[in-house]
Design a protein around this ligand. Structure first.
Ligand code: ATP
Ligand code: ZN
Ligand code: MG
Length: 305
């Protein structure tokens, strides 16, 4: 038999130290106060790096309108990741049969009905229709600061791939020039921020995990047009580093879908930069160890720890 040190994974280590708390479901974890304190320090840094642009802060709950979700086209591209909220809508007789089904170990969820709510897959999704409702984009465009828990059905024992995780985002809306300039500037700022944390990283062009055969073409197109970049840090594996920040140019996809228009009467373009909250915390814990007292003083200072 192998000794525990030889078999223990990073996830075991996170459970043993109490930084993450098991729930019995892969990718669904509690977080300790220390884990949260590291994350608060990171978020304060993100705020500092973005402060000069004076983004408008908006927060949504981790769910969104099912109607908006349908309109966004998410089910065309990522049906495998989506999570919907279903509820019991029956009468007292239905309730009796529901309880009987549970008692008998049957599938009590069969009678659940889809509600008007789905789980947010990326922090920016609920924003587009609310921004469009405000009317034409002003000359200078708009810039938002978002953060939300997001859901993706991708159960995994890689602690960096969770089902419920937080995503901080800056979202820019405006002309193609405005939004591509925003993305280019965050590509620089994101690297400076991760360098301040002393984490080794690479930046590479990327694609989203589009579903199915047409999805393969969408992925190739996304790469060819360099619409997505990722900042990658080794967490679970050295060979396959993890995307911790992503820089996305949506062109006019959301503008067309939700009716965003510029002062000049063009369809508004959008771009977003996403920070994987848990992934950056995990990258720090992996790189510097789970004993935070031993982290370099300068790093603790940057994080306000
Ligand atoms: P991956 O390539 O690893 O599947 P992604 O490209 O799908 O990630 P995005 O859709 O760009 O990720 O999401 C924005 C950010 O949210 C990512 O850069 C990452 O840091 C974080 N993120 C995405 N999926 C997860 C997850 N399952 N668990 C934790 N963080 C995640
Ligand atoms: Zn986004
Ligand atoms: Mg990716």
């Amino acid at each position: 038999m192998l000794a525990k040190t030889e078999t223990a994974t990073f996830l075991d280590d996170l459970f043993d130290t109490g930084l993450l708390i098991e729930t019995g479901v892969d990718g669904l974890y509690g977080r300790s106060g220390l884990f949260e304190a590291i994350g608060d320090g990171f978020q304060a840094m993100v705020t500092r790096y973005g402060a000069a642009d004076e983004p408008e802060v908006v927060r949504f709950p981790p769910a969104m309108s099912r109607q908006v979700f349908e309109k966004s086209g998410y089910m065309k591209s990522f049906p495998q990741l989506a999570g919907t909220v279903h509820c019991f809508c029956g009468n007292p007789a239905d309730h009796v049969s529901l309880l009987q089904t549970i008692e008998q170990g049957g599938d009590w969820t069969e009678g659940q009905k889809a509600s008007e709510i789905v789980l947010t897959p990326a922090a920016c999704y609920p924003l587009y229709p609310t921004a469009a409702k405000r009317g034409t984009l002003p000359d200078e465009g708009r810039l938002f600061d978002l953060m939300s828990y997001c859901f993706r059905h991708e159960p995994s024992q890689d602690p960096a791939r969770q089902q419920f995780f937080r995503m901080r985002e800056f979202v820019r809306m405006g002309t193609p020039e405005q939004v591509t300039e925003f993305r280019a500037s965050w590509l620089e700022r994101g690297q400076a921020l991760i360098a301040e944390l002393g984490l080794p990283f690479t930046v590479d062009v990327a694609n989203d995990p589009f579903f199915g055969r047409t999805g393969k073409m969408l992925a190739v197109n996304q790469r060819d047009q360099r619409l997505k970049f990722e900042l990658l840090i080794a967490i679970e594996s050295e060979e396959k580093p993890t995307a911790c920040l992503s820089f996305n140019y949506h062109q006019d996809h959301f503008g067309k879908t939700f009716g965003l228009t510029t002062e000049g009467g063009e369809v508004g373009h959008t771009a977003c930069v996403g920070f994987g909250h848990e992934r950056v915390i995990l990258a720090l814990l992996k790189h510097y160890g789970t004993n935070v007292d031993r982290w370099p003083a300068s790093l603790r200072h940057s994080l306000g720890l």
